[in-house]
Design a protein around this ligand. Structure first.
Ligand SMILES: Nc1ncnc2c1ncn2[C@@H]1O[C@H](COP(=O)(O)OP(=O)(O)OP(=O)(O)O)[C@@H](O)[C@H]1O
Length: 267
């Protein structure tokens, strides 16, 4: 299928990430594997974007290139007009598993990153940042418990607190709730949206869950299946913010959005 990217023109002043002819090729023993080819996309400041697509189409590849952790083969990604060439504190990542130091408290796990990003503040200022975000994700009473004494959902709350506490310009989320049961998943979607609504940083999230994409995103980017994956379609989600789960589920547009996404994935 030849991909098109039917999207409304974006005002260039609002663009924070600009993907220009982005191509990724992995060398393999049987020859080059072209995962993404000539991908074009613009993401706006303060936008929440979800990316969905079949397994193996290149979503994580795309996210790790934005993070600067995976080399770009051809084309470029401009971040505020400058090409991405490596990782930096302007981009924060939340992975499926938050990789905490198990013997350290939730507080110390977040503090570790905050000390690196804000070395010039006072100890008190750094402590206030850590406490503020742990409180926001609902860990006000548990911040001095060791990470290995926390449930998976609580550990991911620490991951969310840590990512926001480092004050990135762009938040990259690689299936952050993929390992959680559906109840915890819904809880953490609410937590994420609550913190994000206050901070309004640009967020790009990979998910396999169409309901999650609709609940969280301003736009859902649908990727075609690889090899040579591109943007197949883009769906604008018009729900007002802040979003309440119950209102969204009862909204007359909800099932139209859902059918659009499922229709694309089943195509
Ligand atoms: N380092 C690598 N070397 C060679 N091929 C790779 C490498 N990393 C990923 N690939 C291949 O590139 C393709 C895209 O992988 P990627 O992990 O980006 O897909 P994805 O859409 O995130 O998949 P999933 O939804 O299953 O997580 C896959 O076919 C994968 O096997």
């Amino acid at each position: 299928m030849q991909a098109t990217a039917p999207t409304a023109p974006v005002n260039l002043r609002d663009v924070v990430l600009d993907f220009r002819d982005l191509t990724k090729i992995y060398p393999t023993p049987t020859g080059d594997y072209v995962v993404l080819e000539n991908l074009q996309l613009q993401i706006k400041k303060e936008e929440f974007v979800s990316i969905i697509g079949h397994s193996g189409c290149g979503k994580t590849t795309l996210l790790t290139m934005i993070a600067g952790l995976n080399a770009i083969s051809r084309g470029e990604i401009l971040l505020n007009e400058f090409p991405i060439t490596g990782p930096g504190p302007d981009r924060g990542v939340i992975f499926q598993s938050p990789s905490l130091f198990p013997w350290m408290t939730a507080f110390d796990n977040v503090m570790l990153g905050v000390e690196q990003v804000f070395p010039h503040g006072t100890r008190k200022q750094r402590e206030d940042i850590v406490k503020y975000y742990l409180d926001k994700v609902g860990l006000g009473q548990s911040m001095y418990r060791r990470a290995n004494q926390l449930s998976q959902g609580m550990q991911q709350r620490v991951g969310i607190a840590r990512a926001f506490a480092l004050k990135p310009k762009i938040l990259l989320l690689d299936e952050p709730f993929g390992m959680l049961d559906s109840l915890t998943r819904a809880e953490l979607q609410d937590v994420l949206l609550e913190v994000w609504d206050k901070e309004k940083i640009t967020a790009i999230q990979i998910t396999h869950d169409v309901d999650e994409a609709i609940f969280l995103a301003d736009r859902v980017i649908m990727m075609t299946s690889g090899p040579r994956a591109q943007i197949g379609d883009i769906l604008e989600i018009g729900f007002q913010r802040p979003r309440m789960r119950k209102e969204i589920l009862n909204h007359p547009d909800y099932y139209g959005y859902r059918e659009h996404l499922i229709g694309f994935l089943e195509h």
